[in-house]
Design a protein around this ligand. Structure first.
Ligand code: 4AD
Length: 431
């Protein structure tokens, strides 16, 4: 007997296979039972025809409950109407464990209820599809950076310094010292770039932001590339090529999942480099002309501003050259205009907001020291970071892509809470 998974059934058309699965859903009549089977690799319909199986098997198929675990044996058949393209003509059903009163029934449940049952909700077809897309983005990320000469470097999670400002830090004790959970690996990635040239990291980051929006998580995962000898323009090029690469990887390798999520694939197919750019100045003028009277030069954009800007494009758009005073201390000022920095935020289409923040970094020792002082940061804590500018300093650039916002956008799910397995939100640390 061939033991296989649902995703691999296409290899065994017209053959009998055995699959370990759960009952996602079921319907039956006097003569036929339809089992919606899932095994983690995918979903398939199992058809049990009373006339073709023993009385015992048909009884088992009719009475098996939602989320019971089973071994099924059946013949793989082509079925164009199913999303997978195949179904299983079941000949045997063996119940491994009977599930009783599964809380998430096919009816509609409220968000809080589903979030309380996140450990079970993950089994649903939609959540499964989002997690598969997340996985594909991670896979394609490693592939893209490995193929382009980057080395993966892992920055620490427990840190003594804060790259993005001190207000959003989770403080903890490190024996007798104060420590913080990492809010970005960037500063360490800069050190790594001076050792390895082109590097990227992928890890969890933490921000104690009291924001309760569909774009904010307290714990989220970031991909942070950093490149020695890359200047502002080089940095944007990597970003647009990387984002196009992961979107096209999902389009190619997650067709079933995108269909499950009802995602408009034609919108994703358009995501190809190059991406449009507008400067912060142009964005301000655009918004004011659109009637936004709540924003003036020198202020940061909020979600409605970003959405209004993004609506003019069907690709992600770079907003470049933000005012120096609203950006972190490490950004390189524009040589022609000291009041703006060589940075860009990448805004996703369809209202998903900023998915990337990046910049060229200051590589001049004196200027960096001056900026640290202006931002009232502790020189001792940044001694090592300053040293990177004392021994063969070079222009360098990098960026951070927020995985969950990117997954939400590509999957087309409304809220980032559905793009991470166990979201940490303002009022949620459970399950
Ligand atoms: O723009 P941010 O704060 O940039 C940095 O942390 C840089 N040090 C990165 C770098 O240059 N290496 O964050 C980068 C991205 C944002 O564009 C967004 O996608 C995501 O991280 N992000 C969040 N995602 C979910 N919840 C939050 N609270 C987020 N804060 C930032």
């Amino acid at each position: 007997m061939i033991k296989t998974t649902i995703a691999e059934t296409y290899k065994y058309v017209d053959q009998e296979v055995k699959i370990g699965a759960w009952i996602a859903n079921k319907r039956s009549s006097g003569k036929i039972a339809f089992l919606q089977l899932r095994d983690g690799s995918g979903f398939i319909q199992g058809v049990v025809v009373k006339a073709d199986v023993s009385e015992e098997v048909f009884k088992a198929a009719k009475s098996v409950t939602q989320e019971s675990s089973v071994y099924v044996i059946g013949k793989v058949q082509k079925e164009d109407r199913s999303p997978l393209g195949y179904e299983l003509l079941v000949t045997d059903v063996e119940v491994i464990h009977e599930s009783t009163d599964y809380p998430i029934t096919p009816k509609n449940h409220g968000t809080e209820f589903l979030m309380d049952h996140r450990h079970l909700w993950l089994r649903s077809r939609k959540q499964h599809a989002v997690m598969k897309i997340r996985n594909e983005i991670i896979r394609a990320t490693y592939e893209f950076f490995n193929e382009n000469g980057f080395s993966k470097v892992d920055p620490p999670i427990l840190t003594g310094s804060a790259p993005e400002g001190t207000s959003e830090l989770f403080a903890t004790k490190y024996f007798d010292e104060d420590a913080y959970l990492s809010q970005s690996g960037q500063l360490y990635m800069e050190a790594a770039a001076m050792a390895l040239g082109k590097v990227f990291s992928f890890g969890p980051t933490f921000r104690a932001e009291k924001s309760k929006t569909r774009r904010h998580l307290i714990e989220f995962w970031m991909i942070e590339p950093e490149m020695a000898f890359y200047e502002f323009e080089d940095n944007l090029k990597v970003q647009e090529e990387y984002v196009s690469y992961i979107v096209q990887a999902v389009v190619k390798n997650c067709q079933v999942e995108l269909k499950t999520l009802d995602r408009d694939v034609s919108k994703l197919e358009k995501i190809q480099a190059p991406f449009p750019r507008i400067s912060y100045d142009e964005a301000i003028t655009f918004l004011q002309e659109k009637g936004f009277d709540d924003i003036t030069w020198g202020e940061d954009f909020g979600a409605p501003h970003e959405t209004a800007i993004a609506e003019s494009y069907d690709k992600p758009v770079f907003i470049t050259h933000y005012p120096t005073k609203i950006k972190p201390f490490y950004m390189q000022p524009d040589a022609e205009r000291e009041d703006v920095v060589l940075c860009a935020d990448l805004i996703a289409p369809e209202g998903y907001g900023e998915i990337i923040g990046g910049s060229e970094r200051i590589h001049d020792y004196e200027l960096l020291k001056q900026r640290l002082a202006e931002h009232e940061l502790d020189m001792d804590a940044y001694k090592w970071y300053l040293e990177l500018r004392q021994y063969g300093s070079v222009p360098h650039s990098g960026f951070g892509l927020g995985l969950e916002r990117t997954v939400a956008w590509i999957s087309g799910v409304e809220h980032v809470r559905e793009s991470i397995p166990f979201p940490r939100l303002l009022n949620r640390l459970y399950p």
